[in-house]
Design a protein around this ligand. Structure first.
Ligand SMILES: *[C@@H]1O[C@H](CO)[C@@H](O)[C@H](O)[C@H]1NC(C)=O
Ligand SMILES: *[C@@H]1O[C@H](CO)[C@@H](O)[C@H](O)[C@H]1NC(C)=O
Ligand SMILES: *[C@@H]1O[C@H](CO)[C@@H](O)[C@H](O)[C@H]1NC(C)=O
Ligand SMILES: *[C@@H]1O[C@H](CO)[C@@H](O)[C@H](O)[C@H]1NC(C)=O
Length: 262
């Protein structure tokens, strides 16, 4: 062992000893949210967060916003605290599972608790065809520590764009779970086109895959799963939001894919 390694180890054990965690310590919820997010969509990973979008103001018709929550503790409780949203609007909570997006649940009643244990969750704001008023919702994470299992993501909010995965070219890595939610901040109906696909093949794409989800009638509906060199047919997000979800298993990779939306 070289001297640098021993110093690092000594420092490490000292840090562990002074932090003195209790065995199996269960982290309680924060008394108040420690972070406030006021943007339309974004990535949040604090132990608790207040998401306040246009609280006391108005939101344009057909607006879509997607937040990705990757909390550091096992259990996440979501609650709507204040809301000017109408019946035709919705705030939806969607678990991100290893085999795809789970079923979305609408957070509609004030102070109702929705508790999930899936590590990563999408929150989607869907505004109906009329302007509406803002809201405030909070989440609190608690329980044992967890590492997020989304390996990378980008929330795409421009009205059109191009994307190459992996972005630096070359082969994608094993054990990846990558999310590309697409929700243009100027409401529209973008069409998503893949122009290149090189993903480990499988007869039912059971090894590595890309799935496309199209938001429709209260949930993300899977409209395609593909692998190998298959270029899927283009998809129009008629309701203004969708998700591209890529998964790789523990062996054999490829050079990924290119897509564009407009
Ligand atoms: C948490 O979010 C911060 C700020 O957005 C970011 O810098 C950090 O890398 C994130 N951590 C994880 C584990 O995603
Ligand atoms: C992340 O971990 C949770 C809890 O183990 C699991 O339910 C979920 O399917 C995983 N999601 C992904 C994207 O691997
Ligand atoms: C939601 O959970 C919190 C914290 O556990 C609790 O204080 C509150 O009473 C719950 N609300 C409802 C409506 O059950
Ligand atoms: C994507 O890139 C291609 C080639 O570079 C270009 O022709 C096209 O206009 C781009 N599309 C968008 C939506 O930016």
């Amino acid at each position: 062992m070289n001297p640098t390694v021993s110093i690092v180890l000594v420092a490490f054990f000292f840090a562990v000893a002074t932090a003195a965690p209790q065995p199996n310590q269960e982290r309680p919820e924060d008394p108040e949210p420690v972070v406030t997010v006021t943007t339309c969509g974004g990535s949040v990973n604090a132990s608790s967060t207040s998401i306040e979008f246009q609280l006391g103001g108005s939101i344009r018709a057909d607006m879509r916003c997607i937040w990705l929550v990757q909390a550091p503790y096992f259990s996440q409780r979501f609650t709507l605290v204040a809301s000017g949203l109408q019946e035709t609007d919705g705030l939806f909570i969607t678990p991100v599972l290893w085999d795809g997006l789970g079923t979305s649940q609408k957070l509609s009643t004030l102070r109702q608790n929705l508790t999930l244990t899936s590590k990563s969750v999408l929150i989607t704001l869907i505004v109906g065809h009329a302007p509406t008023l803002g809201f405030k919702m909070v989440y609190y994470a608690s329980g044992s520590s967890v590492f997020p299992n989304i390996t990378s993501h980008a929330i795409l909010t421009t009205s059109k764009g191009n994307l190459t995965y992996p972005s630096n070219g070359g082969l994608y890595r094993i054990n990846q779970r990558v999310l590309f939610p697409i929700a243009p901040s100027v409401p529209g109906q973008p069409t998503l086109r893949f122009t290149r696909v090189d993903i480990e093949p499988g007869s039912s794409c059971q090894f590595d895959w890309t799935r496309i989800y199209n938001w429709f009638d209260g949930d993300y509906r899977q409209v395609a799963i593909f692998c190998g060199g298959t270029i899927p047919t283009s998809v129009t997000f008629q309701d203004g939001a969708g998700v591209v979800f890529f998964y790789s298993d523990s062996s054999v990779t490829g050079t990924g894919f290119d897509f564009q939306y407009e």
